[in-house]
Design a protein around this ligand. Structure first.
Ligand code: MLT
Length: 404
């Protein structure tokens, strides 16, 4: 008899963003005449920049010629892209990352979800609370988390590190030592950034305890302040304790194109085994590589024109963040984030839960955001808005919320 992976039955409801999409679709069906403004899922709205489009066209043309055609690519990704990343994202920031330590993929979500596969079942997993749900859900699917506990609002075997207004949404070093520590900075959902000193403490802690940090740096392009790391490898000793995941989605508008990468340093060894080798083995077995034309588009992100065009694109989202932050503050809300991140984390009005606030915004002013509770128990009482809308829609959403 076929048996199923019963761990899936332990998942708490639907995937957060699918749940929201479902609720919004149901509302839209009943109110076809209303204009809904979506500031829920962090999906970009600006078109691909010209340098990227040109690279896509050129690579597509190339693939249509006998000389330029390519079949399966190198499983770790094309050297032209890995070398460009090693130089531009790492060497230029003083980090010593070799192109061989970079694994190209179709985006950070898959990588942050899959990375747990190279670790044993018994590892104690630590996550921030609130947290991007993929980290927890994928460990639930793998049977590493125990059951969902209605009383605590979390899984029994997960170590939740509360990120609250009191600690500036930066987790404290835990009393119990975790094996795997998921960190995401600039943070999704709170928009908080971690100082280099604070991140160095985590790196030292992981090295002292033999833990591995799984560092999601998908939002590094939004850092505006000094003293904040774009990569965990800016901290000394990070190569012996950290894996870093990066994405082209938010810094280059690739949410629909799909491209990302994971860095697993050669020095990262546990139980005498190289984690780079394990991840390489998994990658080679389960993945046939991001499309050549998309990897060429990724390369164009680092060209002189690409960088200038993307700087302007990110500036639009940063301006949206400023508009939301200032607008909500003026309207009397307490708002965090939005300075080094494209996410705004606002307190819901007193006595209104985050899902109630979601309903109010949707039904009264047709603005979609993400209820903080969907990111974890400590997200209750908060609501996330993204800065990825168009400028026009962002301004209109703000106007509507202020009216409400
Ligand atoms: C989010 O809204 O949290 C992100 O867009 C989700 C993602 O990047 O997968």
């Amino acid at each position: 008899m076929v048996t199923i992976n019963t761990n899936y039955e332990k998942l708490k409801g639907n995937y957060l963003f699918s749940e929201i999409a479902g609720r919004v679709a149901a509302y839209a069906k009943e109110h076809p005449d209303q204009k809904i403004i979506r500031l829920g899922i962090g999906d970009v709205t600006q078109p691909l920049v010209p340098a990227v489009v040109q690279a896509l066209k050129k690579a597509a043309q190339e693939m249509g010629t006998p000389e330029g055609f390519r079949g399966y690519g190198p499983e770790q990704g094309y050297a032209f892209l890995r070398e460009t990343i090693a130089k531009q994202d790492y060497e230029n920031r003083g980090c010593d990352i070799d192109a061989d330590e970079i694994f190209i993929s179709d985006g950070a979500k898959g990588d942050v979800g899959n990375i747990q596969e190279i670790f044993g079942q018994d590892n104690l997993v630590a996550v921030c609370d609130p947290v991007y749900p993929v980290y927890v859900d994928t460990n639930v699917m793998a049977g590493r988390t125990g059951d969902f506990n209605l009383r605590t609002g979390g899984y029994d075997r997960v170590l939740y590190m509360p990120c609250t207004r009191e600690n500036g949404f930066i987790p404290q070093l835990p009393d119990r030592t975790p094996d795997l520590i998921y960190l995401c900075f600039p943070n999704n959902p709170t928009g908080a950034a971690i100082s280099k000193e604070a991140l160095q403490q985590w790196v030292d802690y992981a090295n002292q305890n033999g833990s591995v940090i799984l560092y999601d740096a998908a939002y590094e392009a939004y850092i505006t302040q000094e003293g904040i790391c774009h990569s965990i490898y800016e901290c000394s000793g990070a190569k012996t304790c950290a894996i870093e995941m990066r994405s082209f989605s938010k810094n280059a508008g690739f949410t629909g194109l799909r491209l990302g990468f994971t860095v697993v340093p050669k020095e990262l060894v546990r139980q005498g085994v190289s984690l780079r080798k394990l991840w390489g083995r998994r990658h080679g077995t389960k993945y046939n590589g991001a499309p050549y034309i998309v990897q060429r588009a990724g390369e164009a992100v680092y060209s002189k024109e690409g960088k200038a065009q993307l700087k302007a694109q990110i500036a639009v989202y940063q301006e949206n963040a400023r508009i939301i932050r200032e607008g909500l503050t003026q309207a009397g809300y307490t708002v965090y984030g939005g300075v080094n991140a494209p996410y705004l984390w606002m307190e819901t009005p007193r006595g209104v839960t985050s899902w109630q606030f979601f309903d109010q915004l949707l039904k009264q002013v047709q603005v979609v955001g993400t209820p903080g509770e969907g990111f974890g128990a400590h997200g209750e009482g908060y609501f996330r808005l993204t800065a990825f809308g168009t400028l026009e829609n962002t301004k209109e959403a703000l106007e509507r919320i202020r009216r409400m």
